[in-house]
Design a protein around this ligand. Structure first.
Ligand code: 3PG
Length: 307
């Protein structure tokens, strides 16, 4: 029987697992569950007999593909697939897919929540400021960026975005001003929401110069990936500009040092939780299960991300 392994170090909500199980079992497949695993060996042992895998930010590379001779498809229940070694997957003939858009509202809500938290001085009782009327620049107008724009407009923010891969009309139709460059985005916006994937072009691309160019009381909210930040440049900018804040759902490697040096001007969630809602888990998890069923039953590879 076709075995679908859900391998999630950070588990889905139970209700989402129930939904995934139903889709898998209704198709006549078997579900195996490996949650909160603490060692690579546990993952490899579970993968050994799997035909398909549903993962989140779980790292899947050569070791997994080598250990799982029957594996045909891995679906990352979420947007970013930088945790999967696509070349290794292709070398082993394994299809890799993601579920774009399924968890983006959850991430966007958290981004706005962090903006409110920064504006209200982390709820410390002092007088803060409002988001209404403030400028927000969105770095990348993908599914998360579009949801950030929609919600931010509800707060009365003045929203602009930069995205070399998104047609200007998409931004215009969403009522968002088109920004021509990343440099302009940071220079012109009090708030910046980072929504770019980690790619060779974006890694360490946000650092000292961009942060120093921000208007007074600039706030950067990063719900994307820690790798896109140049942490040394971030620390230097925070040191030289006492008005800047950096709030992230993706804990930097130097989190402890940054917190010790800059206190409440920085904030990091203990574990990436932008997509950690029941709704997002249900949407992304069930979409992943359906994509696996469609792959085995119809050969559908619509959301394939490797060649
Ligand atoms: C994504 O890329 O979909 C988000 O970063 C969420 O990741 P998660 O599934 O590990 O919470």
């Amino acid at each position: 029987m076709t075995k679908v392994l859900v391998a999630t170090e950070k588990p889905f909500a139970a209700v989402a697992v129930d939904g995934i199980r139903k889709v898998v079992e209704d198709a006549g497949f078997e579900l195996a569950l490996l949650e909160k695993y603490s060692s690579r060996d546990e993952l490899l042992a579970a993968a050994a007999t799997a035909d398909a895998m549903i993962i989140r930010s779980d790292k899947v590379g050569e070791d997994v593909f080598a250990a799982a001779p029957g594996l045909k498809i891995v679906v990352r229940a979420g947007a970013g697939y930088d945790n999967v070694d696509l070349a290794a997957a292709s070398a082993h003939g394994v299809v890799v897919e993601n579920t774009p858009g399924q968890n983006s509202n959850a991430v966007a809500e958290l981004a706005l929540g962090m903006m409110v938290m920064a504006a209200r001085n982390s709820y410390d009782g002092t007088s803060g400021s409002e988001l209404s009327g403030k400028s927000l620049g969105i770095q990348a107008f993908g599914q998360v960026g579009r949801n950030v724009a929609r919600i931010a407009k509800g707060f009365g923010m003045e929203v602009s975005a930069v995205d070399p891969y998104c047609p200007a009309e998409v931004m215009t139709e969403a009522g968002v001003a088109v920004c021509g460059s990343v440099a302009d985005l940071y220079r012109n916006n009090r708030y910046v929401s980072v929504n770019i994937p980690a790619t060779p072009e974006t890694v360490k691309s946000i650092g000292y110069d961009l942060l120093m160019s921000m208007p007074k009381n600039g706030v950067v909210v990063n719900t994307a990936r820690k790798e896109v930040i140049d942490e040394a440049g971030l620390a230097r900018a925070l040191d030289e500009r006492a008005d800047l804040k950096y709030f992230a759902d993706v804990k930097p490697d130097s989190a402890d040092e940054l917190t010790a040096r800059f206190g409440s001007r920085v904030f990091f969630t203990p574990k990436k939780m932008g997509a950690q809602t029941a709704e997002a888990n249900i949407n992304a998890g069930i979409a992943a299960a359906r994509q696996i069923v469609a792959y085995f039953k119809d050969g559908c590879e619509r959301f394939r991300v490797n060649k």
